[in-house]
Design a binder for this molecule. Structure first.
Ligand SMILES: NC(=O)c1ccc[n+]([C@@H]2O[C@H](COP(=O)([O-])OP(=O)(O)OC[C@H]3O[C@@H](n4cnc5c(N)ncnc54)[C@H](OP(=O)(O)O)[C@@H]3O)[C@@H](O)[C@H]2O)c1
Length: 322
């Protein structure tokens, strides 16, 4: 693994060049503001009629309809939701200047062939490993967020230098830019979302809560035990690692974890993890995301409504109200 930090990176590939950020959401806003504060010429591209024009203006940046923002830009970052990027690329391709660069913060659109960039373009990725709000607040605090970076197409011969200069300008070089590939970043990121932190962890918290409630425990107690302690775990793991976390808790908790953890994460669970990874690699999830978007997100809307009505959410609200 090769890690690049500010001192290893030449910022000049972005000097005097214009970056267009398409999308002003989670990543778009943070990256645009960090670029501006790093002295980069940045313009934001939005859909015609977007409500975000006012937000961009109040942040002191310039917003234009996407086509106009792309015209004359040397690097165009596609920072709208992954499932709309293919359509967005089709819209802007005719106005992308010859020899420009196209940038991503996630590998999905390239890894699964949703976009086939023109041969004259550089294609780069800088994928910060966390949300835009943290990317921005770390930058403002003089720190940075670790990121993966990669080049998928090097038409100019200097795509690597450009990707690194971009990662430096958004502050990631302060923490570290790890050289990767679009496939590695995309597959590992989707795997974590589905099988580990964002998929499995909330599901196990809720299953634990339901087990205690089913056995007659008060929902508020079940919530405090099974959900409320997650922040303590996250802070300990961040500060001391998995081994240090184990040492920091009581002997009672540590022995319980040593005995109980492997019973839950058994061979069956590990096989399911392998199955999920295999399905991701075969493109199954990418197709599911496309069909979910085409049908206007029925699964996501249903899951959000179910989660809001769930017993675990009721317990959280009841605790907050007392
Ligand atoms: N979210 C994260 O924490 C995170 C972390 C690392 C990497 N990434 C990656 O960063 C990229 C952006 O993700 P995000 O979460 O920042 O996206 P997001 O917040 O959902 O993006 C919203 C922005 O995209 C614009 N948009 C929506 N549909 C559009 C369309 N059809 N054409 C043009 N613009 C459109 C929205 O326009 P309006 O303003 O008009 O609504 C809004 O400005 C993705 O590749 C994602 O995988 C995200």
């Amino acid at each position: 693994m090769k890690m690049f930090r500010d001192a290893d990176i030449d910022p000049s590939p972005l000097a005097g060049r214009r970056v267009a950020i398409l999308g002003y959401g989670n990543q778009g806003r943070a990256q645009a503001m960090n670029l501006r504060d790093s002295g980069i010429d940045v313009v934001v591209g939005l859909q015609v009629g977007s409500a975000s024009f006012a937000r961009v203006a109040s942040d002191g940046l310039t917003a234009l309809p996407s086509g106009e923002a792309v015209t004359g830009a040397d690097l165009v970052m596609l920072l709208a939701p992954d499932e709309v990027l293919a359509t967005l690329y089709r819209e802007i391709e005719p106005v992308l200047q010859e020899g420009a660069a196209l940038g991503f913060s996630h590998g999905l659109a390239i890894r699964f062939g949703l976009i086939a960039p023109r041969a004259d373009l550089d294609v780069v990725m800088v994928a910060p490993k966390g949300p835009g709000s943290a990317l921005r607040s770390l930058y403002e605090a003089g720190r940075g967020m670790i990121a993966l970076w990669a080049v998928a197409q090097d038409a100019s011969g200097s795509a690597r230098e450009l990707a690194l200069a971009y990662g430096r300008a958004i502050g990631c070089g302060r923490a570290g830019l790890i050289e990767s590939s679009f496939a590695e970043e995309c597959e590992a990121d989707l795997f974590n979302e589905q099988a580990v932190v964002w998929g499995a962890v909330p599901a196990i918290l809720e299953a634990g809560f339901e087990t205690l409630v089913e056995a007659g425990f008060a929902p508020e107690v079940a919530f405090l035990e099974c959900v409320g302690e997650l922040k303590l775990l996250a802070e300990l793991v961040e500060a001391r690692g998995l081994a240090g976390m184990r040492e920091a808790i009581s002997n009672t908790a540590e022995l319980g974890a040593v005995l109980g953890g492997p019973r839950i994460v058994d061979d069956d669970v590990r096989q399911k993890m392998r199955d999920i990874l295999a399905e991701i690699r075969a493109g199954r999830f990418s197709r599911q995301l496309a069909s979910e978007a085409a049908a206007d997100y029925p699964l996501l809307r249903d899951a959000r409504a179910t989660a809001r009505r769930s017993a675990v959410e009721t317990a959280r609200r009841d605790l907050d109200a007392t």
